[in-house]
Design a protein around this ligand. Sequence first.
Ligand code: BGC
Length: 774
Amino acid sequence: MKYSNQDKNHHSWMVVENQFHANHLKKYEAIMTLGNGYMGIRSSHEEHYLDEMRNTFISGTFNRFSEEEVTELPNMPDLTQIKLILDDEVFSLTTGRVIDYRRELHLWNGEVYRVIKWQSPLGKTYKIEFKRFVSHNNLHLLGQQVKVTPLSEEVAINIVSGIDGQVTNSAVQHFIEGNKRFYYGKIQEMQQKTTESDIEIYAHTVHRFVLNEEIMNLKPFMTMDRRKIAGEYACSIPQGQTLTIEKLSMYHTSRDCDLKGDLHDWALSEIEAVGQWGYDLWFEKSAKAMKTFWDEKDILIEGKEGATFDQLAIRFAQFHLKGMTPAHDNRMNIGAKGLSGEGYKGHTFWDTEIFILPYFIYSEPQVARQLLIYRYHSLNSARQKARDNGYKGAMYPWESAWIEDGEVTPVWGAADIVTGERTKIWSGFIEQHITADVAYAVWQYYQVTGDHPFMEDFGFEILAETANFWCSRLEWNSNLNRYEINDVVGPDEYKEHVNNNAFTNYMAHWNIELVIHLYENEPAFRELLSDKMTIEADYHFWQKRLDLIYRPQPNADQIIPQDDTYLQKKNIDLGPYKNKGKVGLLFKDYNLEQVNQMQVTKQADVMILMYLLEHLFTPELKQVNFDYYEPRTLHDSSLSLSTHCVLACDLKKYNLGYSLFEKAARIDLGDNMSSSDQGLHAASIGGMWQCIVNGFGGVRNINGMLRIEPSLPEQWQRLKFEILWQGNPIIIEIEKETLDFSQKVTLSNKGKNQVIVMTKDHPIPLESNGQVVL
Ligand code: BGC
């Protein structure tokens, strides 16, 4: 993969594919996905290929095909296909000869550009350019432009283009066929309805053709087929001249929060308005919105050779975070693969709260707020899950989709190499830490933003109900005189049915301790909740349990046991399975039951505990546990590397931190050509920001105080980024002096209020519009 480019103005701003590979289609489709939070479209080519995975998703349009399967985001009718027939030869890069090929994802303006010089099987040569964007100015709009120039002789061109509803999610068809229509000789329309959730969707498209700056009025030959509508447009292009084909398309659904009046009338009037203008105008509007975004959010990394890639990686991360996040609608959340693939079915996990939300909390708190309100809207289904399991309060689903769906984790997973049967997925039943993770995120959001109205309207209730769940979930051990949490899966999903997973127990304890603190110190908490809950009785319930909750303590070697039995399990040689560029290799040799008996960890577990509740652990303890657990951790989940990177930075091992950051950045951007087939790794993308800001930038919320302790890795010369602390923009710039490599840290407060910054255990006042050099 190539990242550098000749375009000096856009250094570290583009991802480039410089050779066509029919077997690498899925990789580039995923990493070049275009999205605006409402929709996400994988960058499949305009022409079809055998091994492609064409996907378009619209946030929140979940549908459950049958009782035997869980709900998922359905693959929308495809609007991106354009078939080019040139003198009776179908344009395809798998035939003829590809003389030149280049595709670029332009992070600065959100456009994908492809340029090809192609010789057809009959020896005719063409230059063909493709452009497309998903609008950041109009959530419903996507645009495409194709320029065809015959280089050897005049060509008769036929263009077949329309709306293809013959798409599935791995063969599952989520739509009932609806109406299709062709309006005013211009607009193609397809209407469909999801089979179970009854969501109506409209897809519209309109074409325009320009030859020599003259708009051509091409009359199409229309075809309508089952779940398909298309027009065939024909004309001739003289040698050396260019035909420009433009396709502007829109989706509208009955779930849209901006729905105005009748869905059909609204959708039709919108595409009519869009069709008045060409690609360039709509693209410019979108590019302008992207420019505003980057003007505010760009993070700068400068340094040695590797820094160029790092700079690109963080822009890639921010670009996709923007594209995958439904900031427009708080009934929706971020999928583990964003909107870039079928993986994890569009479901939301703790990935949002622990790995992605920090980015939004510190840089776009209004978006973080929306994502947390989604959890508030889901409170009733979380209460239902708690009741169904015999508990009180709110028990959040491990995987969630639409706010009313409750638990949507599939029950069956991969093949068991020993028995040959399907492996049962226990997470939906017993991976319960998600409930504390949501509470943790609520509190982080509040402490960093100071958004008290949010707490009054939503946050306090989430915190109280999650604490109620934990209190009812605790099990009394009369022999040991303590409350335990047994039979769970912790973050390490290679250990099932364990007792007292350290992460789960500590986080539950933290959740209950917090609400006791709020009850005792925050009058609004007591007053507002007394109308909704039996808050006084709840308070006694919390109080009685808190000090008796068992939190695994360090053993004689200072190791915090991951759970009751982990440290007694056998160690195996992880050589054949670790750092091999492929995850899950262990399962070629063992099944989950066998892995359960080994000291092998899938991803950060005790380590994420030491990161999230860092004030509870000394640096020495963190170091000893890092040294114990990291060698036993396969990093088989993409969530693992960024946590380890931040911890390595906390432990002042910046080179190690840097190598972990590099690995995290290459999960999607690296050379593994199949790692992104099912979609991007949203949590790892959020984790890349954490590595930079929380790791090397040393930014942390310590009990409501802003701590900044930056340190750059060897490869970086300069790092500059902005965070928002309680509404005050703080610019943090770290630069290495050229002579002695010492670091100059400059903090500037662009906000209205003084901010106290803790650094090396000292509070430093940072005045409004003031600057401090550390
Ligand atoms: C990880 C989970 C994660 C999920 C979705 C799993 O492989 O173990 O921690 O939430 O993927 O990304």
